[in-house]
Design a protein around this ligand. Structure first.
Ligand code: NAD
Length: 491
């Protein structure tokens, strides 16, 4: 049976992309081709942008209180369809069903927060800034906004932006990752049920060609991107040259620091989840564990155990704790980085680079790996691996750990495991990353906080989620106003 070709959703209806070229969407656990995704062209993007522009005026003049009624309904639909959406995520991405449910919960939280828009987008008013003159600031939507997403959270990442963009009165174009586009098909079926005015939300499938068309299209006023640093940099600069508002979240190399006073049992469990959850394909994955002082040998033993005992398999199957990586190419890339690590002097404590899961011969499975004694100057201690590989580095002080962290090019997250408030405070103050975890392994901000990221992990000013999203998806207008007394009409 030939796999179905996915459609775009433009101007309130499903439409075949004009693109001739398609790409298979493959289940990373079974190798089964699930669908064909069209690689939309600039013309397809143009149709979405025109539809979104045509819808903009009507949508922005719809009161915020009315706009959020659609979001309340969306929250209910997402919750009613969580199980089916989660299965779609697992099918196309490989993560476990439990992980897929978790990401959808994060999506719903953002819808909930955006429902507060009537208050969140209120302006400011100052009376008598000079005698008889008042001044006020109002927030208005920006126009057509677009989001470009990565493969690793096919359900959640759109929701860092979509609910806020809509609630603020913008119209929206979604471009999902071409490797995992099926979840957004289902989300857009739910969006269709909301009865939004035509053109308010649009879906364009595709790859780099569609992305560049979004970045170049004059009707698109704002772009949000999540993906690798190289592409984030490209998106940021090209959108900016074209005069657009843009934020671009990039890659990461997240360290967790373990102090001798940390609770070893809890720390090991949390670090293992942070390193191997989602098969390490998380922008907040713990990729490096830096042990300080005497804790090294105990931690090494405990984390090696946790890595060895993790249950790897098909994410749909009960009891599985880690699914495959996204593609065979990705597995090869990760294996290459591991070889480079050993060439740089690291010791492969647990080697999960070659793994087979019974019954799934076509799956791109790996098992968790742990590499000890990474050279601090080597590539493997600095590069994003984006796979289930934890590197270990040993230092003698918190200062040395902070120096190492702050010398890295990424700044997404750093975590500390300790029982000392003073150490925690020092770490929070001095670590140069946008997200910090204290006795937490994946410090993912809730929807009412910005998903921060610094250095090469983020290009822009305002981040996704919460008040930052409201800032990003609105432009301010300041009015200075005088009504002279003598103009008062007498009735
Ligand atoms: P990717 O950069 O390959 O792709 C992301 C998006 O960019 C996709 O929609 C893709 O179609 C598009 N794209 C790819 N190459 C392009 C090009 N040359 N020109 C224009 N567009 C292009 O990222 P990925 O492999 O899908 O996702 C993994 C990466 O995303 C990791 O680096 C991870 O750290 C990062 N990520 C970051 C965050 C964050 O919040 N900082 C969150 C999730 C993932």
């Amino acid at each position: 049976m030939t796999a179905k070709t996915l459609s775009n959703y433009i101007d309130g209806e499903w439409r075949a992309a004009g693109a001739q070229e398609t790409m298979p969407v493959t289940n990373p656990a079974t190798g089964e081709v699930l669908a064909q995704v069209p690689l939309s062209t600039a013309a397809d993007v143009g149709l979405a942008a025109s539809a979104a522009q045509a819808a903009f005026d009507g949508w922005r003049r719809t009161p915020a209180t009315a706009r959020i009624q659609f979001l309340f309904k969306l929250k209910r639909l997402l919750e009613e369809n969580t199980e089916e959406l989660a299965r779609t995520i697992t099918l196309e991405n490989g993560k476990t069903l439990e992980e897929a449910r978790g990401e959808l919960a994060r999506a719903v939280e953002n819808v909930e927060v955006a429902c507060g828009i009537p208050m969140l987008m209120q302006g400011d008013y100052s009376e008598d800034i000079a005698r008889g003159i008042d001044e006020y600031m109002i927030r208005q939507p920006v126009g057509v906004c677009a989001t470009i997403a990565p493969f690793n959270f096919p359900g959640m990442i759109a929701f860092w932006y979509l609910p806020y963009a809509l609630a603020c009165g913008n119209t929206f174009i979604m471009k999902p990752a071409e490797r995992c586009p099926m979840t957004m098909q289902r989300v857009f079926e739910l969006l269709h049920q909301l009865g939004l005015p035509k053109g308010v939300v649009n879906l364009v499938n595709g790859g780099p060609v569609a992305v560049d068309a979004i970045l170049d299209h004059p009707l698109v006023r704002a772009v949000t991107f999540v993906g690798s640093t190289a592409v984030a940099r490209h998106v940021y600069s090209r959108a900016a040259v074209n005069g657009k508002r843009v934020q671009a979240q990039g890659g990461a190399k997240n360290p967790v620091v373990v102090l001798p006073d940390a609770d070893l049992e809890m720390t090991t469990r949390i670090v293992a989840d942070a390193a191997f959850g989602n098969a390490g394909q998380r922008c907040l994955a713990a990729s490096l564990a830096i042990t300080v002082g005497a804790v090294h040998s105990q931690f090494v033993e405990a984390i090696a155990d946790a890595a060895t005992n993790r249950v790897v398999g098909y994410g749909m199957d009960a009891g599985v704790e880690m699914g495959p990586v996204i593609t065979a190419q990705s597995k090869t890339r990760i294996q290459g980085l591991m070889r480079q690590g050993t060439a740089e002097g690291a010791r492969l404590l647990v080697d999960g680079s070659v793994a087979a899961v019974e019954g799934y011969a076509q799956g791109s499975f790996m098992r968790p790996s742990v590499m000890d004694g990474l050279s601090p100057d080597g590539e493997i201690a600095r590069a994003e691996i984006f796979g289930p590989v934890l590197g270990l580095i040993h230092v003698e002080s918190v200062d040395a750990a902070l120096d190492f962290i702050n010398s890295g090019k990424y700044g997404n997250m750093a975590c500390l495991f300790t029982a000392s408030g003073a150490s925690a405070r020092k770490f929070r103050v001095e670590a140069q990353t946008g997200n910090i975890g204290i006795n937490i392994g994946v410090a993912a901000p809730m929807a009412f906080f910005p998903f921060s990221g610094w250095k090469d992990s983020f290009f822009g000013d305002m981040h996704g989620q919460g008040k930052h999203a409201v800032e990003f998806f609105t432009q301010t207008k300041v009015v200075v106003e005088r009504w002279p007394q003598e103009w008062t009409r007498k009735f």
